[in-house]
Design a binder for this molecule. Structure first.
Ligand code: 4AD
Ligand code: MG
Length: 427
């Protein structure tokens, strides 16, 4: 129905005729002339409605236009320095598709109400820019894996056992039996490496975390990769290389969007520092964070550490008790496991968690029992250690958290179209 998108108009010459379609972003009337800022997915343009070009009937229609009304307009390109972008369209024909009701979102609408109206707020240029950045990041990340011999796979959402511990499982009724929403596709990916060596997936994971923090969602988008014949070091190298490329491409392709949201993002270029958990505890203590060796790094500790570095940093080899049962014990220190978290800078904290998996059947059974889990629930996971077990490693990257870091918004909720938190289930 349209001939051109708005961004294409700026390439047209004076006097050219064109038909575009979009929504009323702003409107004002001055001396009988109606000025509309019209928006589509590609940008905005000023459209000028004057009686001499439109006639009285269409002019009265133009006067009635409200914010977010949808319309098709034909007009003549007119170069004018005073117009935004140096160009405006002089309307010759107006077709209103929907005259919008009074738009509920105003300049002073509170953040919570904006989330109640997320279905409408998505149209704001800021949210649009954030979601464009998100989409670009995801595509760039997946491209890296497609280009490096990984096979894309999928895992189920309904599961019967925990991956990351029972506390954050969402339980549901599955035809009279207990089932859960998946916390991670990791175990399924571990099964798939025996067919494909290197695999990845990107799908939602679910966590029943009551905490209402800036970085938690109950449903988040989880990019996970798993690699056969790979050590913890190999895993960290893959995370580093892929994340760097994805950040760089996002930066290159989303300059306009980053400008629009006022974000000065520097894609990481140097090597990601790698520090041990022990060093991380020392840094946290120096920065005045209350932490004892043996505890997981708190949000405050991660924040303190990540403020010390300009690049994302790996923290490696955490105490066994802080990690789920499947982690392989560090051969150099059996109090620790072969794991690594990647902390994003600027106080963001963990965006990636991963490590090397236990590959011995006996050790895995022992760890499952130590955690008071039922080995029968994990029969198929144990089978992977029975039939051609291999050293293997993998990780999970929080897509929302990573995009949150790239775009520098207030909370992780800002960068997902329809966030789910303990208190938000709609729209
Ligand atoms: O560190 P997590 O819990 O690790 C796992 O689930 C592993 N099984 C992944 C694997 O090795 N395949 O989660 C991985 C990442 C975190 O680093 C974080 O970025 C993100 O998932 N994440 C969340 N993002 C938003 N809201 C939440 N509630 C999140 N929980 C985890
Ligand atoms: Mg983690």
């Amino acid at each position: 129905m349209r001939e051109k998108f708005i961004e294409e108009l700026f390439l047209l010459g004076e006097g050219q005729r064109v038909r575009i379609a979009g929504w009323v972003h702003r409107r004002r009337e001055l001396g009988g002339v109606v000025f509309i800022i019209l928006r589509d997915s590609t940008g905005v343009v000023q459209v000028v409605f004057k009686r001499d070009l439109l006639g009285e009937e269409q002019m009265s229609l133009a006067r009635k236009l409200t914010i977010e009304s949808s319309l098709i307009v034909e007009g003549i390109v007119h170069r004018d320095e005073r117009a935004p972008g140096g160009m405006e369209l002089h309307a010759t024909n107006l077709q209103v598709f929907n005259l919008a009701e009074d738009f509920p979102l105003k300049k002073d609408t509170s953040k919570e109400v904006l989330f109640d109206y997320r279905h409408l707020h998505l149209r704001s240029r800021k949210v649009q820019a954030l979601l464009k950045i998100r989409g670009t990041f995801i595509r760039s990340l997946l491209d890296w894996y497609d280009d490096h011999g990984f096979t894309r796979v999928e895992a189920p959402t309904f599961v019967q056992a925990a991956v990351e511990g029972g506390a954050t499982l969402f339980k549901l009724d599955y035809f009279g039996r207990d089932a859960y929403l998946t916390q991670s596709s990791q175990f399924y990916l571990e099964a798939l490496i025996f067919a494909f060596d290197n695999v990845y997936t990107m799908q939602p994971s679910f966590r029943a975390e009551k905490s209402r923090t800036r970085r938690h969602l109950t449903e988040f988008w989880h990019f996970e990769a798993e690699m056969a014949w790979a050590t913890l070091e190999d895993m960290m190298n893959v995370v580093e290389d892929s994340l760097k490329q994805a950040c760089e491409r996002t930066y290159d392709e989303c300059g306009r969007e980053l400008d629009l949201i006022g974000r000065k993002f520097e894609p990481p270029s140097g090597r990601f520092p790698r520090i041990s958990y022990d060093e991380a505890v020392e840094i946290s203590k120096e920065k005045g964070v209350d932490i004892r060796w043996g505890e997981d790094l708190s949000t405050e500790a991660e924040r303190a550490i990540s403020l010390e570095f300009d690049e994302p940093i790996f923290v490696t080899r955490y105490p066994k008790a802080t990690r789920a049962f499947y982690h392989k014990v560090d051969p150099e220190d059996n109090r620790k496991v072969l794991c690594a978290d990647l902390l994003a800078p600027e106080g963001i904290g963990e965006i990636v968690g991963g490590g090397q998996r236990i590959d011995s059947l006996d050790e895995l059974v022992k760890r499952i029992q130590e955690e008071n889990l039922n080995p029968r629930d994990y029969y198929w996971y144990l089978d992977l250690r029975r039939y051609g077990s291999v050293p293997h490693s993998g990780f999970g990257l929080g897509v929302d958290r990573t995009v949150w870091w790239i775009s520098g918004t207030e909370t992780v909720r800002d960068v997902i179209p329809f966030p789910r938190t303990p208190t938000r289930l709609k729209p």
